[in-house]
Design a protein around this ligand. Structure first.
Ligand code: HEM
Ligand code: HEM
Length: 163
């Protein structure tokens, strides 16, 4: 296959990328079931939101208002996400990006996904509990996000690196 020559330039590029990614992710033997069987992803509802996320990160559109962590907490509560799931997600994302685009924004798409994946995985304790996690003595880091009314609400609202 010829290497792609164009970079991500428009919202429509972001949407094509997102749709191509989910085309693979939903079929994937490692993480597909998380979307189809556990989250029962409504792709047509999800695509505009995740497109807005990438349009904001890559094109500065400001169309995404945040709160990306919360659905992953809900998913984790139902089907314990592990480091390997995030690695697989990233692998599929990177392959999809590289198959369609090249340039600084394509690089940024891969770089930012890696940062978010690392942050989500660590906040969920998907690898190991962080040694200095400020949690109660009754639980690991999951206690932060799963205990109490409102769950991770406060953190989801303010926990972004871009507050
Ligand atoms: C180009 C500028 C950038 C934009 C517009 C951007 C945008 C975003 C957005 C919208 C989120 C989701 C926040 C949420 O839903 O709560 C996010 C998450 C994140 N970003 Fe960026 N980002 C940018 C650059 C960076 C850079 C340079 C870094 C690191 C050096 C970074 C690290 C992170 C991390 C770690 C998260 C996950 C935070 C968490 O919820 O734990 N971002 N970013
Ligand atoms: C194991 C890996 C992952 C799984 C299984 C997963 C799954 C999901 C699911 C089920 C949703 C909710 C869809 C819905 O019903 O609305 C979601 C939302 C989202 N995910 Fe992930 N995700 C993973 C990793 C990531 C990573 C690494 C990123 C980094 C860019 C990311 C970004 C987002 C964003 C921006 C949303 C939209 C949140 C919103 O609605 O505002 N996810 N994800």
């Amino acid at each position: 296959m010829a290497l792609p020559v164009g970079d991500i330039e428009t919202r429509s590029d972001c949407e094509r990328l997102v749709r191509a990614f989910y085309g693979r992710a939903l079929e994937d033997e490692v993480i597909g079931w998380l979307f189809t069987d556990i989250a029962r992803l409504d792709l047509e509802a999800h695509v505009p939101r995740i497109t807005a996320f990438w349009e904001t990160v890559l094109l500065g559109a400001g169309t995404y208002s945040g709160g990306a962590f919360r659905p992953h907490v809900a998913l984790h509560a139902r089907a314990r996400l592990r480091g390997g799931h995030f690695e697989r997600w990233l692998h599929l994302w990177n392959e999809t990006v590289d198959g369609m685009f090249s340039g600084p924004r394509a690089q940024l798409a891969k770089g930012h996904a890696a940062r978010v994946a690392r942050a989500f995985a660590s906040r969920l304790g998907a690898y190991e509990p962080p040694p200095t996690a400020a949690v109660s003595s009754t639980g690991g880091p999951l206690a932060i996000t799963l205990h109490g009314p409102g769950g991770d609400g406060a953190r989801a609202a303010t926990g972004s690196a871009h507050a």
